[in-house]
Design a protein around this ligand. Structure first.
Ligand code: SF4
Ligand code: SF4
Length: 432
């Protein structure tokens, strides 16, 4: 079966929600729309406190080439524009909308023609970004400088517990495939590959019905991190993306399943991106679900909708257990890139303290980027950023596999993430 070198099969815990159909979450009293739901400059508000807005109305405009529009997911009144905590533990500027009794919806103008240029314009207008977690504006990614021949749809969903893409592939196969075809047209390529892990047999069956000369379904070995961009490209095409290079350098652009549905909605339903599927799961949530959630919904409200958490809840994570961030505050609101809410009991999350490294090299063996995480952490702790960089800190994809296998429970990926932030901050200072 197709795969990449390194990585590891990890227990997937998908069974908690893999058969749970997508359910629409009820409306809540307040929504908070972050202006930074994407990589790049924060969007600029185009509403003021006191304004009445409709669901689907533009409330903040992209403020640069790599930025994205933000739409309200609810009709109501803008009550404040303020700093609020985000899942990464910092603050983001948010527009707070209080829900109105009467719900009015605004759609995007109908498209007169569907062609390469109008699709790109529609994707940018609808505020669509990579919904797998990266948040890179999709219209920008679909206009690479290099010439490309393949659109690769990342249907791997290799993070344990998560099922939002899996359920979309089962319940909205047509929308996923048509969304992918629209992106292929915008990109100017004739080949679409769906890369999907073998542990999703129902979704594979649905996708296989759409295979033809232009669309191929590659069933991949279930191994973490199969869905990491470079690893997925290698598994499906045997092309190697060099360190520091983009997938387009080997003729490939990778897009996510949820993003494909958002593109379909924007082009065929004139709907901007203001809702998404979130898997709410883990042994500490009372009723695990796959929910269609309005963007801007507070995490606490989503958990309440799933009948709350068990008494022994120890950690609530944004995303999956390997790459996600533990919440410090449940008032954080959902963004375009949030695919999961994972609630774990103490029994399920190892909260033991790190001990000294025993030089077992397990972190080196597993690293899909062929790095030596043990040394990066060592230099990082010593404050030697130059050596950490020589050991490839900036090439780390933050998959978390090294920390997962470390018997000494060293916080390897956390150290590397911090090191990368410090290196980037130093570079920014130098450039100034
Ligand atoms: S060093 Fe980075 S890329 Fe390698 S296993 Fe650790 S987190 Fe993943
Ligand atoms: S896996 Fe942990 S204990 Fe083993 S070498 Fe790496 S850091 Fe050290």
């Amino acid at each position: 079966m197709k795969t990449f070198k390194g990585g590891k099969h990890v227990p997937d815990f998908k069974s908690l929600t893999e058969n749970a159909p997508i359910e629409q979450m009820l409306v809540v009293p307040d929504y908070y729309f972050s202006l930074s739901q994407h990589i790049g400059a924060p969007a600029t508000p185009v509403v003021n406190v006191g304004d009445q807005v409709k669901a689907g109305q533009l409330i903040a405009q992209a403020s640069g080439f790599v930025s994205a529009n933000v739409y309200s997911s609810i009709a109501g009144e803008v009550v404040e524009i303020c700093d609020r905590p985000n899942a990464q533990g910092t603050l983001s500027k948010c527009i707070h909308v209080h829900t109105a009794e009467k719900q009015e919806v605004e759609t995007l103008p109908a498209m007169k023609e569907v062609n390469k240029q109008t699709i790109l314009e529609r994707i940018a207008l609808a505020g669509i970004v990579g919904m797998g977690g990266a948040g890179f504006p999709t219209a920008v990614k679909l206009q690479p400088r290099d010439s490309v021949d393949t659109l690769l749809i990342n249907a791997a969903e290799c993070e344990p517990y998560l099922n939002c893409d899996n359920r979309l592939l089962i319940e909205k196969t047509e929308e996923v495939v048509k969304g992918a075809m629209l992106m292929a047209e915008a990109l100017g390529v004739n080949q679409i590959i769906f890369g999907i892990e073998a542990n999703k047999p129902e979704a594979i069956e649905c996708l296989k019905k759409h295979e033809n000369q232009a669309i191929r379904v590659d069933v991949l070995k279930t191994k973490y991190p199969q869905g990491a961009e470079k690893q997925l490209i290698y598994a499906c095409t045997k092309r190697v993306v060099a360190c520091g290079a983009l997938p387009a350098s080997v003729g490939v652009v990778v897009q996510n399943v949820s993003t494909a549905v958002a593109v379909y909605d924007a082009v065929y339903l004139n709907k901007a991106l203001y809702s998404r599927i979130v898997t709410v799961t883990g042994d500490a949530v009372v009723t695990p679900k796959n929910l269609e959630v309005k963007i801007g919904t507070p995490v606490s409200a989503i958990i309440d909708y799933c009948n709350g958490t068990t008494e022994d809840v120890a950690k609530i994570i944004s995303g999956g257990p390997m790459m996600g961030f533990a919440f410090a505050d449940l008032s954080v609101a959902t963004t375009k890139t949030d695919s999961g809410l994972l609630c774990l009991t103490k029994k399920s999350c190892d909260c033991s303290q790190p001990s000294n490294c025993i030089n077992c090299a397990r972190c080196v063996d597993i690293c899909p980027m062929k790095l030596e995480p043990v040394y990066i952490e060592l230099y990082s702790n010593a404050g030697d950023l130059e050596s950490a960089q020589k050991y490839g800190a900036l090439n780390c994809i933050e998959c978390g596999a090294c920390a997962y296998v470390c018997p000494a429970k060293r916080p390897l990926v956390q150290s590397i993430r911090l090191t990368k932030a410090k290196i980037r901050a130093e570079k920014a200072k130098e450039n100034k």
